[in-house]
Design a protein around this ligand. Sequence first.
Ligand SMILES: Cc1cc2nc3c(=O)[nH]c(=O)nc-3n(C[C@H](O)[C@H](O)[C@H](O)COP(=O)(O)O)c2cc1C
Ligand SMILES: CC(C)CC(=O)C(=O)O
Length: 361
Amino acid sequence: MTLRTYEAAAKGRLPGPVWDFLAGGSGTESMLTAGREALDRIRLRPRCLVDVSRCDPGTELLGARLAAPLGIAPMAYHRLADPEGEVATARAAGEAGALLTVSMFASRTLEDIAAAASGPLWLQLYWLKRRDLLADLVHRAEAAGFRALVLTVDAPRVASRPRDAANGFAVPAGIRAVNLSPEVMAASHGSRDGESAIARHSMEQFDASITWDDLAWLRELTSLPLVLKGVLTAEDAELAVKHGVSGLIVSNHGGRQLDFATSAPECLPEIVAAVDGRCQVVLDGGIRHGADIAKALCMGADAVLTGRPALWGLAHSGAEGVAGVLRLLIDEFEEVMALMGAPTVADFAPSGVALPTCCRT
Ligand SMILES: Cc1cc2nc3c(=O)[nH]c(=O)nc-3n(C[C@H](O)[C@H](O)[C@H](O)COP(=O)(O)O)c2cc1C
Ligand SMILES: CC(C)CC(=O)C(=O)O
């Protein structure tokens, strides 16, 4: 199996509009390829005659032990891909020793997901106008043993996504964001020609007025570490550190938000430099090979997240498929460690990559 096989199988199994929702991007879809192209242009600089008879891909992220610097990005509605949804994903992530970031729009309850998980869980949030619902989710996540909160900051609204608009995409009946009340999620359902219900829902329910000052409200609610997802500039990284965040996820939202943005791998070096070790940094978007993990680590990331490949695995064969996808990435990473002369994650340094000009600070 390769990731391509999982992808082809998922495409074959899922209804067209669901596939388009998973695979699609915003605007001209320029960002579906931009990050990938940047990653491909980064070349690895291996060292030789290093003892790599034992390679250990293990690491720690926000205090949690991981089998490799790898996690699953938050994605809404895993039940679109498999009836067990996030429960299957959590089992697989635990088995592989990978982090799972659960979307606020998960289609299984936080408690069921936590019961199936044997590895660390983070909860992702969009800032809803209904702060009482955010507070409730945060308290439930704490009680269920989630280890961190991820606030997605690149989506004051869901961007225009031509495929979803053309399909009049709506969340199918029978699949729900079960951690939120049906009234608040109603706009996500019910197809209308030429309009994405996901986008309509975000305009109705997301609070687009929040600013850095509002983070204090979230921080006072909980002692869980706060991670911001979607930061793409050194300026915002600096502000995030000043506001006491524990981590940043450098991300273009898988090409689904700002079209023509600088891509996440291009921004990573400037963000790592700005942060200067004051919080952890994770790269997200287009991670499709173990070598991508190595490249991210050399540029100073602590870990990476993969998104769509996990859903391809889930659509292919449920928990087994997700575990297969994670295993592929981790096995490839281990091989890259050996061939790079980097027996531990700490051995990946800036000298391990030749960066194209687009990725230089
Ligand atoms: C179907 C789908 C649903 C997503 N849902 C969310 C979400 O609920 N919250 C969020 O912060 N990001 C969401 N994302 C973005 C991912 O977290 C991640 O940034 C992106 O998928 C990474 O790129 P990749 O798919 O190329 O690995 C979603 C992405 C996809 C493909
Ligand atoms: C339900 C959506 C808001 C989930 C999302 O973030 C996405 O589709 O990119």
